[in-house]
Design a protein around this ligand. Structure first.
Ligand code: FES
Length: 104
């Protein structure tokens, strides 16, 4: 069970440039913090596809956030920018539903 209390994980001064990240594990819950291009610090858990870790080192600087398992990529705000698969629909009219599904 995860506490509802705020937890102190790091200091803002640790982030100086877009793409700098730091990993945190709290109560067996892994997540990481990354600075975006607007100097916001955003937090994410694991890959949305199959929950593989997106960053695998304690800290660093990434040009892109890419899951090494199947190649999904994320922007620094957590948006999916590339899914490593090519999707087809044999009925030819379900593209919007795929994007909605990927956004979940
Ligand atoms: S688990 Fe991340 S792309 Fe599949």
């Amino acid at each position: 069970m995860i506490s509802r209390k705020w937890i102190l994980v790091t200091h803002q001064l640790r982030f100086k440039q877009a793409g700098e990240y730091t990993s945190v594990v709290y109560a067996d819950f892994p997540f990481f913090l990354v600075q975006d291009r607007q100097d916001n610090i955003n937090g994410f858990p694991v890959c949305r596809h199959r929950a593989y870790p997106i960053v695998e080192t304690q800290s660093g600087k990434a040009r892109i956030l890419s899951c090494k398992y199947h190649g999904w990529s994320y922007g620094f705000k957590g948006n999916v920018t590339k899914a490593g698969f090519i999707w087809v629909n044999l009925q030819g009219k379900c593209g919007r539903r795929l994007l909605n599904w990927l956004a979940k």
